[in-house]
Design a protein around this ligand. Structure first.
Ligand code: ZN
Length: 312
């Protein structure tokens, strides 16, 4: 009888362990919180104003969730609000969830990955052009300095015509920390826009994406790339004609190469005459400042790119 009971208990424990792993595998990787962190992140408390270590910080980098490590905010979206807590006017797309606060008036913000409490969001204060202030407890965050971003997060490089349009759509994808317009695939060091347009450098216009693998993956971004430009056009994209506008996936490892080739095969099976090349990534040279965030600054949408569902 005892043996039977032990067996049943053993099975139950194993089944429960399997169930909890299947339901919440992520919790196993969460950081163990201190009592002060738990008071804010779990019990939705608020740290004292002007007491947090990131309130005045101006260093370049990415702010992550203290509990699960997901990328939440970029230093370029941080501003001085004088309210006593770190303030940001934008979040990494999809990284922050909003819900009505228990007080019935304010809007609470939480890490969309783990549900940890971050603070509150306020709209309409006119402190920045985005008119939004994410008021975040320092204790809910960690900081990854610019020099450590490459080790912590992942990169993908796509070329699909004018980089303004490719950047515009990739920058808004869930889990994308940063999309940078630039030049790659050629020989010249530090090329200029005029040199690339003159076709003497071998470079083409491309976009380098820094993304958080906890919130998105390479295949999701590569699928999006094939739907925001027309991969059947040869050495052009819409009105932009020339080999510097050709369609290329620049892979950084074998897994990225296999994913790109798989997606191209899928599209060919659907009848698309895909012209996209798959080439190894080489040095990526960021373009001049005026090419970055072009459509966001201009306040318009791309003339050169129009999203089309091709995988459905
Ligand atoms: Zn989190």
């Amino acid at each position: 009888m005892k043996t039977v009971c032990m067996k049943i208990i053993g099975l139950t424990v194993a089944a429960l362990a399997a169930l909890s792993l299947a339901e919440a595998p992520m919790e196993a990787t969460w950081r163990k919180l201190t009592a002060d962190e738990e008071r804010v992140i779990v019990n939705k408390g608020t740290e004292k104003p002007f007491s947090g270590k990131y309130e005045k910080q101006t260093a370049q980098g990415v702010y992550t969730c203290r509990r699960c490590g997901a990328a939440l905010y970029r230093s370029e979206d941080k501003f001085v609000s004088e309210c006593g807590w770190p303030a940001f006017d934008a979040e990494v797309p999809g990284a922050v969830r909003q819900q009505k606060d228990a007080d019935g008036r304010r809007t609470e913000i939480l890490c969309a990955t783990c549900g940890g409490h971050l603070g509150h969001v306020f709209i309409g204060e006119r402190l920045t052009t985005r008119n939004t202030r994410h008021c975040v407890n320092s204790i809910s965050m960690d900081f990854v300095a610019e020099a450590a971003l490459d080790d912590r997060f992942q990169k993908a490089v796509f070329a699909g015509g004018c980089f303004w349009g490719v950047e515009f759509y990739l920058q808004q994808a869930r889990g994308v920390i940063r999309a940078v317009s630039g030049y790659t695939g050629g020989k010249t060091r530090n090329p200029t826009y005029e040199q690339v347009c003159g076709k003497h450098t071998g470079h083409i216009e491309a976009v380098e994406v820094l993304y958080d693998p906890q919130q998105t993956d390479y295949e999701t971004l590569a699928r999006l790339f094939f739907e925001i430009h027309d991969p059947t056009q040869v050495d052009r994209q819409g009105p932009d004609i020339g080999e510097q506008y050709r369609s290329v996936v620049f892979y950084r490892d074998d897994a990225q190469k296999e994913t790109a080739e798989k997606l191209i095969a899928l599209l060919r099976d659907k009848g698309f005459k895909v012209a996209t090349r798959v080439e190894p990534a080489s040095t990526f040279w960021p373009a001049e400042k005026y090419h970055q965030d072009y459509y966001f600054h201009k306040g318009t949408t791309p003339y050169c790119h129009r999203p089309v569902k091709r995988f459905e």
